[in-house]
Design a protein. Structure first.
Length: 186
């Protein structure tokens, strides 16, 4: 008889809200990263794995906080259980649907398309998350027009895109900021 034993994978219950739907409780390995949970357990594969080290921000999702603010969260450097009880929006939850079931893009998604902001699109879901958080912040804390360019730079600066020159992403976000009432003053 063999002395080999099959290693046990330690799990514990996990639940959260993803794209407005309650998920769990379900048993999830304690050391599973959030991006793997999204991909393997929920089939939400629009969040992309890039560097896996917290640098490229391709894996960023939006996190809704209890105070109503939203922040960016990277899913490659935090375990799934870090998000237990949290409220997350992935790229799959950004677009809505009209009465006929057709996708209705957010202003940011539409602007990225209109400006041809991405090429391969690997970084795009992370940029959508960053721009969504940025525009939401501007709605609550408008800025002067003169400060807009540097504010966009600060908001997108951490996101790496290997295909484009970033300019079209910046132009798209600028357009949304200028066209969204209350974001830019003066
Ligand atoms: S894949 Fe998460 S920061 Fe690069
Ligand atoms: S569009 Fe290819 S990495 Fe950004």
């Amino acid at each position: 008889m063999s002395n080999n034993t099959i290693p046990m994978i330690e799990t514990k219950p996990l639940s959260m809200i993803i794209n407005g739907e309650k998920v769990g409780p379900m048993d999830v390995p304690v050391d599973m990263m959030m991006i793997d949970f999204l991909h393997e357990y929920l089939d939400l594969t629009g969040t992309h794995f890039g560097c896996g080290q917290g640098i490229c921000h391709a894996c960023t999702v939006v996190e809704l906080q209890a105070d109503g603010n939203i922040i960016e969260s990277r899913t490659c450097i935090y375990g799934a259980h870090f998000f237990n009880g949290k409220n997350i929006i992935t790229i799959e939850g950004q677009a809505g649907k009209d009465a006929e079931g057709k996708a209705t893009l957010t202003a940011i998604q539409q602007a990225f398309i209109d400006h041809f902001a991405f090429q391969c699109g690997y970084c795009a879901s992370g940029f959508v998350a960053a721009a969504t958080v940025f525009i939401d912040r501007l709605k609550k804390q408008p800025i002067q027009r003169v400060n807009l360019e540097s504010a966009i730079e600060d908001a997108l600066n951490d996101h790496i895109c290997r295909c484009t020159g970033y300019v079209r992403y910046y132009e798209a976000v600028r357009q949304v900021a200028l066209e969204t009432p209350g974001c830019v003053i003066g």
